[in-house]
Design a protein around this ligand. Sequence first.
Ligand code: ADP
Ligand code: MG
Length: 264
Amino acid sequence: MSQPPPAVDPLGSGHALRLDAVTKHYASPGSLVRALDGVSLALDHGSFTAVMGPSGSGKSTLLQCAAGLDSPSSGRVFVDGVEMSDGTETQLTTFRRGRIGFVFQHFNLLPTLTVLQNTTLPLRLAGKRVNRAQAVETLERVGLGGRLDHLPSQLSGGQQQRVAIARALVAGPRVVFADEPTGALDTRSAREVLALLQEAVRIDGRTLVMVTHDPVAAAHADQVLFLADGRLVGRLDRPTAATVADTMTRLTDEVGDRRVTEGV
Ligand code: ADP
Ligand code: MG
């Protein structure tokens, strides 16, 4: 008997993304790593959220769990009102490919596929008809209309990341996740990538969640969430580079103090 499709939960449907008490634990010999330790959040449609925190604070785990690339140990994730842990693996994969885009720090393009083939891959994997004109238009928007038949190795890092953005956007996702998308790029390429991601929010109304270490990049967001030790420890609305940098310094000191107090 086939299982029913993932249920639309009225509690989650008002938000583009909602996490309820999400934890993720990793077992390693002799210890348990709490990569996420009870994270709850709700993000509006069309919002841009930056996620910041020290290395190892759980930022990538948060994105992977929220995007359905990894499953939480406990808690619930709703994307566009649909609970990610419902349904079969196949239904979830189909859902993810239709509603979620992901941009990685190191681009993750397939080296043997051309720019156009990399871009249309999510459509082909989802079994959707590939609308070449639409894919070309997406690539033109990221400034790569003249590079359709190039291989990733023939492109600069910034260009490769722009292909990855086209790939993330081609299926018209509601939520786009980007994990340090400018982390491997020079300043100018980083600015271009940031502008494209911002356009996806401000012009196309997509919801964006972006991990970054850069206060200037974070200042493009509507709000910044701060993670430490797998927990949300701060939030800043309408950030500027200066207020982001201040908050980071303050939280780093506080977390350091708590670790000393708790003997961590
Ligand atoms: P960040 O992206 O903020 O640097 P991560 O989410 O990558 O942090 O990692 C959070 C914590 O979980 C770290 O302590 C990391 O070592 C641990 N961790 C992440 N992935 C795994 C894994 N696959 N197995 C074991 N531990 C992991
Ligand atoms: Mg990370």
